[in-house]
Design a protein around this ligand. Sequence first.
Ligand SMILES: CC(=O)[C@@H](O)[C@H](O)COP(=O)(O)O
Ligand SMILES: NCC(=O)COP(=O)(O)O
Length: 240
Amino acid sequence: MTTLSVNINKIATLRNSRGGNIPNVLQAALDIERFGADGITVHPRPDERHIRYNDVRELKQNLHVELNIEGNCREQKFVELVLETKPAQVTLVPDALNQITSNHGWNTIEHKAYLTEMVNLFKEAGIRVSIFVDPDEEMVKHAKDTGTDRVELYTESYAKNFGKDKEKAVKAYIKAAETAQNIGLGLNAGHDLDLENLCYFNQCIPFLDEVSIGHALISDALYYGLENTVQMYKRQLNKQ
Ligand SMILES: CC(=O)[C@@H](O)[C@H](O)COP(=O)(O)O
Ligand SMILES: NCC(=O)COP(=O)(O)O
């Protein structure tokens, strides 16, 4: 069964807009856990514009479900935070400084030596590692050489093209996913997944381990409430 890790960056964005502690990010994460999510994802960025480094520390101390920390391992502060908090999973994302959001996966050929070093560092600390990649069989194959446990397929292009032609939109993802499965890599996916496009993606790739979803899920919660929304996403993942 594919697990749902809820990305709570957008809850922190709302909190930070007023400088106080409303909404309370930790409480929201604990509630999301209680409502049935399998994990919590955070993506701290160097400017701490949404999740702050201290949020991550608090979350790790209080959550019972898996914590997935995504981010740029070229940032020393990020590496130190991950090694200090020891989440269940770290997802390595090649962000540029001041990027609005993630917009590409790693080139696992060009950066293989560097990624191998980072994967070793985190795995030695007992942390599962996932590498964020575009839906490209070559990138998946070369990710395997780094020793990573999983890859996360960057689903922005799937989400963007889903409305035009969903079969075409998912094609490269199925190929990349099958490659990962054949070489023994675990498989995550995320970015712009939503209530419309999630079920089809999961049905096309039934061996998916985890999806991480934030922007659409937190937006849907404005209409449906957080509890309902988490359960609506879970139901999409449970449809055969
Ligand atoms: C890695 C990824 O796909 C991103 O979606 C990310 O985790 C979200 O980051 P922001 O919330 O900063 O857009
Ligand atoms: N890894 C993707 C993620 O955590 C959430 O992405 P999005 O749903 O906010 O686009």
